[in-house]
Design a protein around this ligand. Structure first.
Ligand code: NAD
Length: 329
């Protein structure tokens, strides 16, 4: 009786694999390693290397393994890339998901937790972002995730044996507290790793895109959730799946930190000076985004262990300092 983790060689998926195993669950991973790392998967975890768009890989996997539930992380997840090449994003994220759901249906596996995103809300009119706000993405990445949410809603409505929860993550950050798993993206676009790279000398400087926003220090504010708090929410989501129910929750800490606060935090934690450059605003960057995380607290009793930026940054700094080459592959 195993949990299938799609994208289990990636940043968030690999942390979820660790937490599932720590909780005594058997795990199977499928990943095409396009952005993931084999070294992030424990050697004794059955691993299927292949794309979710390859129905044969999935059919073989469901025949060979006794899968009961699926955590579906596998996706392309960079906004800029999605704007440049929308077909690639829709094909990978939507088609890949459709192939997965068809293979699940054929195998009679109908329990799923899906990685959605706050990008499905676009630029909300009010803050904090509650789940009842309209979902109006402003880029193909956000649209691809919203399309998968729509498909899952329809699937549950068509067959009450399906139980599905979509978790809409805010900015996922930090690394495993024990220092064994990290964040190693090529290219890297996430703020905390970029600032850490600047602090540790792997990058000359960090650029702040826009310092004249309507925020206290003029820089954009985001909600950073620690990757292990996020993983723990997935374990709770698996426990709370309800047949015939499509559930959806925001997953953030309910508090925002500015780009400048992140840079200050990295300087404090590493004790290193960072060269900061000022750049223009990027189109489609809302000034402030943070979650109302009340719904998932009330439904699952989930609350984040990490609520201070320095504590989140410390776990990431720990991994970046001890893995200057990332996973080294
Ligand atoms: N990192 C964040 O802050 C964040 C925020 C919101 C939502 N998410 C979502 O969380 C999920 C995981 O994100 P991440 O940051 O760990 O990204 P990641 O790129 O580190 O991990 C994704 C993994 O999926 C794999 N993959 C992609 N397409 C695949 C396919 N067609 N078949 C098989 N494997 C495939 C990649 O090789 C990679 O290992 C994504 O669905 C992303 O949209 C992430």
């Amino acid at each position: 009786m195993s949990v299938l983790v799609t994208g289990g060689a990636g940043y968030i998926g690999s942390h979820a694999v660790k937490l599932l195993r720590d909780a005594g669950r058997e795990v199977v991973v499928v990943d095409n390693l396009y952005r993931g790392h084999k070294a992030a998967i424990p050697e004794d975890v059955p691993f299927y290397e292949g794309s979710l768009q390859d129905g044969d890989v999935l059919t073989e996997l469901f025949e060979e393994e006794e899968i009961t539930e699926v955590l579906h992380f596998a996706a392309l997840a960079y906004v800029g890339e999605s704007v440049q090449d929308p077909l690639w994003y829709y094909e990978n994220n939507v088609n890949g998901s459709l192939t997965l759901f068809s293979a699940m249906a054929a195998a009679g596996v109908k329990k799923l937790v899906f990685s959605s995103t706050c990008a499905t809300y676009g630029e909300p009119d009010t803050l904090p972002i509650v789940e009842t706000l309209p979902q109006q993405p402003i880029n193909p990445y956000g649209h691809s995730k919203l399309m998968v949410e729509r498909i899952l809603r329809d699937l549950v409505a068509s067959d009450p044996e399906w139980s599905v929860t979509a978790l809409r993550y805010f900015n996922v950050a930090g690394c495993a507290e024990d220092g064994h798993l990290g964040e190693d993206h090529q290219p890297e676009t996430h703020l905390i790793p970029l600032v850490l790279q600047a602090a540790l000398g792997n990058r000359d400087s960090i650029t702040i895109f826009g310092s004249d926003y309507d925020t206290p220090d003029g820089t954009c504010i985001r909600d950073y959730i620690h990757v292990e708090d996020l993983g723990r929410a997935h374990l709770l989501a698996l426990e709370h799946l309800v047949p015939g129910d499509y559930q959806y929750f925001n997953l953030g800490i309910g508090r925002g930190f500015s780009v400048k606060e992140v840079i200050d935090s990295v300087q404090r934690v590493t004790g290193k000076e960072i060269r900061v450059e000022m750049g223009d605003r990027r189109p489609g960057d809302p000034p402030t985004l943070y979650a109302d995380a009340g719904k998932i607290r009330d439904a699952f009793g989930w609350s984040p262990k990490f609520t201070e930026l320095d504590d989140i940054v410390r776990t990431a700094a720990n991994w970046f300092e001890s893995h200057p080459e990332g996973y080294g592959d």
